[in-house]
Design a protein around this ligand. Structure first.
Ligand code: UDX
Ligand code: ADP
Length: 462
């Protein structure tokens, strides 16, 4: 029986281990986290993250061959395991060299040292967190310069799941990527992990590469995805100035097989824990390698994303007669995308903060993400009203802004909402999920992304 340990029970570690345990009943999977509240939640019916389908997988495996444990016993767990996944957080460095750009590896390094301290038998160590290229090499050095004579094989196995569809992505991945050293023991370690995934993933979808290619591929995949969004968002700005409709343009270009239809939804901007962090990381690596032009190229993807959020707020201010001070504004959505409770780098919170600067009276509404939003907003949270019911949130509001594409927001009774609002009523659809013509007919002034606004009065706009 294989003994698998995962260190870090977050958005990646929790769902990934649950799916491994579900498909590999012959293996035992233990997940530890230093956050005892998180572990308690994983052991309860109120899982710490909202993710469609996750509860069903947990119900199958938890207590059978999947166990969530606090890190009090980490020494014992490390020694017990023969495969250790490291899935701890790697935020952007907040201080020192590379602050604001490089990855902060303190959690990863701490974990490596814990492994070194407690292991007495050979282990395969798998990097699951997204890390700067060559981190695995550094870890390999830390681990293998030991005097205890224990062999560690360090592999990179980046996770490509997207939140909100994590279970589907894990069950049917486009590919599984495993990078390792081209040495006999490195290759044996790769084969062990290939066999693990082959329990449910077709072999041809399991790609093996060298360590650095695997690490870099994760950063590059995220950079390319984010770049598509910034590209279509840049075009959305042009569409708003002309008579083109960004959805029509996206559809027309997406039919070209070389471009493809996915990830072309213009929006208020991308968020999430990965895109910004990984691009900053890529930019930093390029600069370190003496490639300023390459660094600048990718930096622009982030600049465009910031511009898109700023443009959205500027449009609100301008459309609502250049002042939001004291106006009640209902923000529909706090999560960085639909079907998750995660608010990390959420464009909704960017907009929320800017509206507070404008001294608007902000009501934040979301079906699953209000608690995380409250924490992320920190001391600004006290200036915000958190309301789970959209009808309540919109009551008396001068404007609504759609910031997360929850399907639920598209299916509300906007007639009732319109009647309960202050007039003229404005709606800013930062995700293009609403029926704009229908809203206009109800009396709303409607401002989509990348399309001409529908206004009941002439605003002097060009
Ligand atoms: C991303 C990658 O997709 C995933 O492969 C990687 O493992 C982690 O980072 P995630 O951040 O969870 O996943 O969600 P994703 O679906 O990529 O969305 C990221 C952001 O882009 C969200 O804010 C989303 O709303 C936005 N987005 C996405 C758009 O604005 N337009 C689109 O067309 C697609
Ligand atoms: P991700 O989105 O990458 O999964 P999260 O922040 O959701 O990131 O999860 C990372 C988890 O790793 C957190 O729950 C954190 O408490 C845990 N963690 C970080 N360092 C350690 C450590 N040394 N030992 C155990 N758990 C750790």
């Amino acid at each position: 029986m294989r003994k698998i340990l995962c260190i870090g029970a977050g958005y990646v570690g929790g769902p990934t281990m649950a799916v491994i345990a579900k498909h590999c009943p012959q293996y035992e999977v233990r997940v530890v986290d230093m956050n005892a509240d998180r572990i308690a939640a994983w052991n309860s019916d109120q899982l710490p993250i909202y993710e469609p389908g996750l509860k069903d997988v947990i119900d199958i495996a938890r207590g059978r061959n999947l166990f969530f444990l606090t890190d009090e016993t980490i020494a014992e767990q490390i020694d017990w395991a023969d495969i250790i996944f490291v899935s701890v957080n790697t935020p952007t460095k907040a201080f020192g060299l590379g602050a604001g750009r490089a990855a902060d590896l303190q959690f990863w390094e701490k974990t490596a040292r814990q492994i070194l301290q407690h292991a007495t038998s050979p282990k395969i160590i798998i990097e699951k967190s997204t890390l700067p290229v060559r981190t695995a090499e550094a870890m390999s050095h830390i681990l293998n310069t030991n005097s205890i004579g224990v062999q560690f094989d360090v592999l990179s196995n980046p996770e490509f799941l997207a939140e909100g569809s994590a279970i589907r992505d894990l069950e049917e991945p486009d590919r599984v990527l495993i990078g390792g050293h081209n040495t006999p023991s490195g290759q044996r370690a790769i084969e062990t992990i290939v066999e693990l995934y082959a329990n449910w993933v077709p072999r041809e979808k399991i790609i093996t590469t060298n360590l650095w290619s695997s690490e870099l591929s994760k950063l590059v995949a995220n950079a390319f995805l984010a770049q598509r969004i910034s590209s279509i968002n840049a075009i959305s700005a042009l569409c708003e100035k002309t008579e083109a409709d960004v959805e029509e343009v996206a559809f027309a270009i997406g039919t070209d097989k070389r471009i493809g239809p996915h990830f072309l939804r213009a929006s208020v901007g991308f968020g999430g824990s990965c895109f910004k962090k990984d691009i900053l990381n890529l930019v930093y690596i390029c600069e370190q390698q003496g490639l300023p032009e390459v660094a600048e190229y990718w930096q622009q993807v982030l600049k465009m994303n910031e511009y898109q959020g700023a443009r959205f707020v500027a449009n609100m201010v301008h459309s609502m007669f250049n002042s939001l001070s004291g106006k009640r504004i209902a923000l529909f959505g706090a999560a960085f995308k639909a079907n998750t409770s995660d608010t990390r780098e959420s464009p909704a919170l960017v907009v929320c903060r800017e509206l507070l600067e404008e001294r608007a009276d902000v009501i934040l509404c979301d079906p699953h993400a209000l608690e995380n939003a409250r924490q992320d907003l920190d001391e600004q949270a006290e200036k915000v009203n958190f309301v789970a019911d959209p009808y309540q949130a919109a009551k008396g509001a001068h404007a609504i802004a759609i910031l997360t594409e929850w399907a639920y927001f598209a299916n509300l009774d906007y007639h009732q909402i319109y009647n309960s609002m202050a007039h003229p009523a404005f709606i800013f659809d930062g995700r293009n999920i609403l029926d704009h013509q229908a809203l206009f007919k109800l009396g709303f002034n409607v401002y989509p992304i990348g399309k001409a606004p529908l206004q009941h009065f002439n605003h002097g706009r060009t």
